[in-house]
Write a protein that binds this ligand. Sequence first.
Ligand code: FAD
Length: 379
Amino acid sequence: MRIVVVGGGMAGTIFANNLARRLSSELRAGKARITMLTASDRHVYQPGWLYVALGRMTPDELEREQASLLEPGIGLHVDPVKQFNLADNNVVTEAGKTHEYDLLVIATGSRPVPEDIPGLQENAIHCYSADNAMKFYDRLNEFKGGRILVTVGLPHKCPMIPLEITFCMHDFVRERGLLDKTEFYYTYPIGRSHSLENVAKWASPEFEQLGIRQETFFNLKEVDGANAVARSEEGSEIKYDLLVTVPPHRGQKVIEANNLGANGFIPTDRASLHMQGEHGNNVIVLGDTTNLPISKAGSTAHFEAEVAAENVASLIKTGRAVRAYDGKVFCFIEAGRGRATYAMFNYSKPPQPKAPNAAMHAFKMAYNKLYWASARGVL
Ligand SMILES: Cc1cc2nc3c(=O)[nH]c(=O)nc-3n(C[C@H](O)[C@H](O)[C@H](O)COP(=O)(O)OP(=O)(O)OC[C@H]3O[C@@H](n4cnc5c(N)ncnc54)[C@H](O)[C@@H]3O)c2cc1C
């Protein structure tokens, strides 16, 4: 059985390691082979970019060699895929190599596209790469007061970041004694402050307590940098002194170029995680790349990867898949003033965020270090 995993991020790495452990004897006997094709020799813990933007972590703390994270027996090639020939059961890489498979796992993630909105890229700061997170810190550090406007594009990875970044910037400004000179203005594209209703019910009063102004139904249309104004599709205009954005996302260009899914997100079965359609029988999709109606989060990638690895191992050993993904997601939410809460939910059970506390914040900070054990499949 030749298993080819495309993408060495959270989903691809956790899947490959989990599967390699389950199939250690099959791998040794040459009955199974796991090949990973990825775009970088570095593995990045992206959630840490939030803390880089706030000056609390440095980018090097968030990276490891991809090869150092993989179980023995996984063949790693840092050679991105450019062509998916699903009818012929093979993929072709940028270097021109063809890899045949019996099972293909696609986990290429998603990418921010601030360039899709006129003026956004040039005028806003965000924390969706190490470089951008460092620029974010510089601009926040230079800020001397005025209006901080937060805009949010959908879909985006990390469902909680609009809230977290706002609470954390509020701390940053307060700690520098600038709170009385600063107005926070939070906007959100739908009719409440977060896509998850119970999270919105928890967050909005927290914002009110801190004096953070909120505007819903604000879908950013364009940013006029010369006049420092953000305009929405709904006709609203908001002036800003510092524009902070959670940019909209798409899947990878390679997914769009191969017509695997609109905007780079692949139609995926919500329970089996197989690609929908003609070739779905031997194609699994994991992590941000799916079009599933759930959060694009590391925890989603993690829980999906575990289900998929268990199923593939069971198929190889017994001829049957044994688990269905139930939509499980777990997200910490930094709530400012050294506190955090969390949202745990699935397709049928909505989250019930509790009052934030210091212990949950400490837990999130600890997880930021423990992630590497997760990636290796130990945690
Ligand atoms: C600022 C920030 C904060 C976040 N905070 C949280 C949080 O608190 N909690 C949480 O759960 N999640 C959080 N996330 C989201 C989380 O990081 C992503 O949802 C997660 O990384 C998705 O995993 P993935 O494997 O689908 O994609 P990724 O981890 O992005 O991996 C994609 C992989 O595909 C590879 N690749 C790309 N193109 C190709 C190609 N053509 N061929 C082969 N390989 C390719 C890349 O090199 C990469 O290895 C955060 C993200 C950001 C940016």
